[in-house]
Design a protein around this ligand. Structure first.
Ligand code: ZN
Length: 274
């Protein structure tokens, strides 16, 4: 009798986890999306997401809904005494949600909190110095994406990015592209795709474009994408995402296959935005 009760309880808990929780979460998100956007938030989006005006009315509305969900679900933490403001939260949410705009409502599922530093921060890293000596090296960073639960950003850099949307550099786009890549637990430049066959094409297009960038950088040729993309395939995807949104026409002209691949993945065509 007791055993039967335990089995029943276990099955009920599993059912709640598998069916009821996601359903409740979906309903809650739909309610959040329908909430009117506070006028201050709208003004901040218009100010700090320069391409907002170029989106269609439909896309703007969808983005506003995503921002509402993102702000309700993620925690923001100010570091080194930084007071987190509405402007910081709304700006980060707006740019990050651009990556989710079409066809993707997963909201960076592993991400729980966003840590904001006022400006560049220093990380101590162990570095090998010969076979038996490990030293501590200091590294200056502007941002990071952790596959477990956090993204680290610097406000000074975010503000600079907001003032210049066309230079191909955007810290928020970069770190949240890493989040998409890390969603399956691996940072290897391959986010979760829809079909099995998509992975074959993705790897082919990405590795060709990666090799092309490495060769061009090796020969010191000018490139559309930042040379940081040569570091590894994960950084390449993050840098390609920044370029896709900030220099879409140049990317399409120089790397048409890569542009098409990202266009299909994000279900967006930024080259058509004004
Ligand atoms: Zn990176």
């Amino acid at each position: 009798m007791l055993q039967a009760l335990i089995v029943l309880l276990t099955v009920s808990l599993i059912a709640v986890g598998i069916f009821i929780q996601p359903l409740l979460q979906r309903q809650h998100r739909e309610r959040l999306k329908k909430q009117p956007l506070p006028p201050l938030w709208r003004a901040l989006i218009e100010q700090n997401l320069p391409i907002y005006h170029q989106l269609s009315p439909n896309q703007r509305q969808r983005l506003q809904g995503h921002i509402q969900v993102f702000l309700a679900e993620k925690q923001f933490i100010g570091c080194r005494g930084l007071q987190v403001s509405e402007e910081m939260k709304v700006t980060i949410a707006a740019v990050a949600c651009l990556l989710l705009l079409n066809e993707r409502s997963t909201y960076f599922p592993k991400l729980k909190s966003i840590l904001i530093y006022p400006d560049a921060y220093i990380v101590k890293q162990p570095a090998a110095n010969g076979p038996y000596v490990v030293e501590e090296r200091q590294e200056v960073r502007l941002g990071e994406s952790w596959s477990r639960d956090q993204v680290l950003l610097t406000w000074q850099e975010i503000q600079a990015d907001a003032r210049n949307w066309r230079d191909g550099h955007n810290l928020i786009l970069h770190e949240f592209a890493h989040q998409l890549d890390q969603e399956d637990g691996k940072a290897e430049g391959v986010p979760i795709l829809k079909k099995r066959t998509d992975y074959v094409r993705w790897r082919e297009v990405m590795s060709n474009a990666y090799d092309q960038l490495c060769q061009a950088v090796g020969r010191r040729y000018p490139t559309v994408m930042d040379s940081y993309g040569t570091k590894n395939p994960a950084e390449f995807f993050a840098v390609a995402t920044e370029t896709f949104f900030e220099k879409p026409r140049q990317l399409r002209a120089h790397h048409p296959a890569l542009y098409t691949e990202l266009e299909q993945y994000y279900q967006l065509d930024p080259a058509a935005w004004g």
